[in-house]
Structure formats: C-alpha cells, structure tokens
Design a protein around this ligand. Sequence first.
Ligand code: A3P
Length: 296
Amino acid sequence: LCVDEKCLRPETSEVGGILMTKLMSDNWDKIWNFQARPDDLLIATYVKSGTTWTQEIVDMIQNDGDSQKCQRASTFNRQPFIEWALPPLIKSGLDLANKMPSPRTLKTHLPVQMLPPSFWKENSKIIYVARNAKDCLVSYYHFSRMNKLMPDPGSWEEYVEMFKAGKVLWGSWYNHVKGWWDAKDRHRILYLFYEDMKEDPKREIQKILKFLEKDVSEDILNKIIHHTSFDMMRQNPMANYTSLPSSIMDHSISPFMRRGMPGDWKNYFTVAQNEAFEADYAQKMAGSSLTFRTEI
Ligand code: A3P
C-alpha cells in the first residue's frame, strides 16, 4: 500500500521547468509516450478550475442523463487522470486508460507543451476549462491543505507567492491558461470558463453538447443541469472525493466541494495582497487576448 510517507506530502522534482511529484517525474517517459486515440475526449484544466464538474457534465451527456449510471464509480475511475497514480487506491491513470475500451474520456492538468504528442497526432477532441487566477489560487490553497498527496502549501502568505512564481504542481497558472488559449486556434479545443458555467450552466452545457455532436431532449438537459449543480455534486460520493480515505483527503480540514463561488477570493486576499497580485498579473498576462471575470 502506498499510503506511506513516500506518497503523503510527496517529494517534488521538475520536468521541463514544471513542478511535479517524484512519482510523476519518474514516470515521465511513459506519460509522454501515452497513446491517444482519435475518438478520445480529453478534459484539460489547470488544477482547481472546475475539472470534476466538467467531468460529471460530460459523463451525464454520454449517459443520456442517467444519473445512476454516472454513479457506477468514482470520477477518477470513470475518466482516467493520465499523469496521476497512487497505487493501489488510485490506479495509475495510464494503466486505467490503456485498458479502457473506446470511446474514452480522459483528464489531464498538463500544460499544453507537456501534453503527450499523440493527442495532437490523433486529433482527439479537447475541452479546456479555465478559472480566474484568484479563485483558482484560493481553491488550490485549501485543496493543498486537505489533500496529503499535494506538497504542504505553507501559510496563506507563502502560498500566494508560490502560486505567483508558478512553484506549485503543474506549474504556472499564467502560462497554462495562455498556452492552451493559443493552442485552441490550431486544434479541436473547446475553451470554457468556470465563471461562464456558473453564470449560465445551460448555455455552457449546450456548447459542450454541440462540440460532442450530441443532441439531447430538454428533459435530459434539465437532468444534467440538476445532477451537476454544486449542491448535488457535493452530496454525491462518486463525485465529491469522499471515497478516498481521510488519511489522504481530509474533508474536515476543507471539503473537496468547498465553496464553488466566483469571487470567494475576496474572503482571503487583503487589500495590499490584491494590489500586488494585480500588478504582477498585468505583467504576466500582458500581450494576451485572454481575459477573465473575477466575479459574476
Ligand atoms: P472551490 O474550492 O472554490 O469550492 P477541480 O475539480 O478542478 O479540482 O475544481 C474544484 C473546484 O470546483 C472547487 O472549487 C469545487 O468546489 C468546484 N466545483 C466542483 N463542482 C462544482 C459544481 N458543480 N459547481 C460549481 N463549482 C464546483
């Protein structure tokens, strides 16, 4: 069992300038050589940007709104997280994916330049979801506190600086969202925003339906919206990560389904922190046409 010191608060190392756990970097050749298939659907996100939410929406679409079927297994066993593993509790995403019959839905947090090249070669469809930096940071901070598979986040003040410097797992938020934004014009990528999904889930689910070339009745669409709401997902043990032991994810420190609200950053950033963050943000995002809403 890998629930020992080696896996909890794991050691990290960099690959291509991106911080990873040792477990990932030791496995990097295998990850890079992952074989995508033309009918794969990949859900790509920076950490804490609405991945699980999007995964549940996609699974509901693929199962025609049958919420029972979507409770057949935990999120991470339904849709392999390709670069992740925690044997034996979380099977290696690679092994799970390799054994899975097509069509597969897969998850990754890899920055665009680190995506296994077979995804481009096979022209697999990709849904990318982006979330504004400040809410993402707050969510990532709390997630790192409760999830012992992440490096210790330190204090709030320390974490803000680590996030700005991109010294967190999967690297810089800024480069991640910009890199995928630029890639969307060259590949089959649907680029969505967490804030838009929150504002009008129906409209955004319809975008996903169109991208997947799928049609559902109004009744099924309403079922999908209902089943994938924050309140429903929070109570769904197959979507809220409570199936993992509390030695790994301790929901009493901070639940996985924590707040789900754009603008929650205001409860954490001081005025001075916000000003410094904004100034640094303007520099890092200069020249990009990508814009975010930090509240709705
Ligand atoms: P908060 O920590 O701000 O609450 P990911 O799945 O990429 O790890 O993202 C997790 C974040 O998405 C958490 O944000 C979580 O609460 C939020 N989330 C999960 N399901 C959601 C839903 N159905 N609606 C809105 N937010 C959701």
